[in-house]
Design a protein. Structure first.
Length: 322
């Protein structure tokens, strides 16, 4: 929880990548080699997520109103991990919180990168830059995400799945290892470590559902491994085929820098490209590509098995296909 007043009226308010081949130059370990495991934590919530095949939703990126653009202590685009918050506002959705923070932050002096509930993950500030959510030291180190309070077990399971996915996605995006208590930590951890805030979230809220940070770490680890698995094992598939206007071999592209912090991916099905909604590429990053294909007059570059980037999103061809 960031330092803000509880606005219970929000409950009724009307306001309402990616992973393919390894990023060039990134040392990608074998699956799980960077994961620090915790003692197995039996969890009815995690079992519910697995047994009901609950999948995280895609991350929505919106332009927020926070205009204090400051880099982390290690530089712009160099966070050290993710801090897990909860809002302490029963019934307020991610949309409600985004609406509230858009106008309140100059007064409350608080802001975070994203809000998560059972239906949405809404990112409102570039994770390349810090925010005001957990005290000066933590603000200069960590990406910060707030979990919204819900009222049913199913909603809670879906919401923590979304929050765990967001944390795992950011770790993979910035090339960070998954180390519980270090690269993923609670606001409670931050309060104990730096003694600049007294907040203990989300520990108390988790406990209301018979849940714990150890169990949450298990869930983050699951998504982290899945994302890492995709980035290390999607090594070409049918990359050696050469059909019509496709080309084989390996090249390198740099996806565009710009106002958006992500670049959309597309999948190819029956000569039609469809936007992928749960993965994206970080802007300005380099990616291996092994094929090109023209679909409806647009050239696409393949960066993973059935994951393609349109030519309009390519800022530079670092190495062309042979």
């Amino acid at each position: 929880m960031v330092s803000k007043k509880l606005i219970t009226s929000l409950a009724t308010s009307a306001a309402l990548a990616s992973v393919g081949f390894a990023t060039v130059g990134q040392v990608v370990p074998q699956l799980g080699s960077q994961v620090q495991t915790t003692q197995a934590a039996t969890s009815a919530i995690n079992d519910y997520i697995n047994n009901n095949n609950i999948k995280p939703v895609s991350i929505q990126y919106r332009a927020g109103t926070f205009n204090k653009m400051f880099g982390y202590e290690n530089g712009v685009g160099k966070p050290e991990g993710v801090v897990i918050h909860e809002t302490a506002t029963p019934g307020a959705t991610a949309e409600n919180e985004v609406s509230y923070f858009s106008w309140s932050w100059p007064t409350t002096q608080t802001y975070v990168h994203a809000f998560v509930d059972d239906k949405e993950i809404i990112n409102i500030h570039s994770a390349d830059y810090g925010v005001w959510g957990a005290g000066q030291t933590a603000n200069s180190k960590y990406i910060q995400v707030e979990l919204c309070r819900v009222s049913t077990t199913d909603q809670f399971a879906r919401s923590v799945a979304n929050q765990a996915y967001y944390a795992a996605f950011r770790l993979v995006q910035y090339g960070l290892p998954f180390t519980p208590g270090k690269t993923v930590l609670s606001h409670n951890d931050v309060s104990r470590m730096y003694k600049e805030t007294t907040h203990t979230d989300p520990v108390g809220y988790f406990a209301q559902w018979g849940y714990s940070m150890d169990q949450f770490y298990d869930l983050v680890g699951k998504y982290y491994n899945q994302l890492k698995n995709n980035s290390t094992n999607n090594n070409g598939g049918d990359a050696n085929t050469n059909n019509g206007n496709q080309a084989s071999n390996i090249g390198i592209i740099r996806v565009k820098d710009g106002s958006n912090e992500y670049i959309s991916l597309y999948s190819l099905n029956n000569d039609t490209m469809s936007r992928i909604t749960n993965r994206a590429l970080g802007t300005g990053t380099d990616w291996q590509m092994d094929q090109t294909k023209v679909v409806n007059g647009t050239k696409y570059y393949r960066v993973a098995t059935n994951e393609w980037v349109p030519e309009s999103s390519v800022g530079q061809i670092i190495k062309p296909l042979a």
